[in-house]
Design a binder for this molecule. Sequence first.
Ligand code: ADP
Ligand code: MG
Length: 231
Amino acid sequence: MATSNIVESARKEGRSALTEIEAKQLLKKIGIDTTDIKLARTKKEAVDCAKGFGFPVVLKIVSPDILHKSDVGGVKLNLNSATEVGKAYSEILASARKHKPKAKIDGVSVQPMARPGTEVIIGMTKDAQFAPVLMFGLGGILVEVLKDVSFRIVPLVKRDAREMIHEIKGYPVLEGYRGQEPANIEVLENLLLKVSDYVDKHPEIKELDINPIFAYKDGALAVDARVILES
Ligand code: ADP
Ligand code: MG
């Protein structure tokens, strides 16, 4: 499916938010690696998907009305058996319904548990003149508390991508701080350029967030993704 079809099918349903499943399909289309992900509409489907991927897996709520899945108890990590998957499925649905009784719930997504890496984030928002701006930062506490992020206006050239990554204060973390696996900077640069190129050509995208991306020495994997369309 072309990225335009993913966007169109959401539009037809009157939605401005893509689900994580759709957002990851879109990222794959533009050449960004993501975790595999499947929608389960029943507990049995969730268990079957998990067995298909192999344990451990992650379960997450899938709802166009829930953008911050952890806030509603909608993410369960590191599930190691069919029993754990079944229990997580019920808990996620119960918790999401309790927090957001009016949300339309598609089901629960199943995805393999990704190998830990350095968490980074890439975001796109539009400035007051509606120009897309890319943000890069480290994930987790550093980005939330210290706002250690860099910005560039789209379209980026290679040099912009390079500078964005080098200018964050947490850059040494990417080089492999205290024995941690270093991140592949070139892979991250290319990721920024791919997002820049895509949003530059697709003004229908209002916001795009890949949060987090796990950065490794030999690649990077989008673990969560959110896309909002212009109305
Ligand atoms: P939210 O909608 O709350 O941002 P996320 O999908 O980002 O939900 O999940 C919350 C956290 O769980 C992530 O920041 C990441 O650390 C972890 N996580 C999510 N998916 C995976 C996965 N497939 N493998 C490993 N960790 C994951
Ligand atoms: Mg997230």
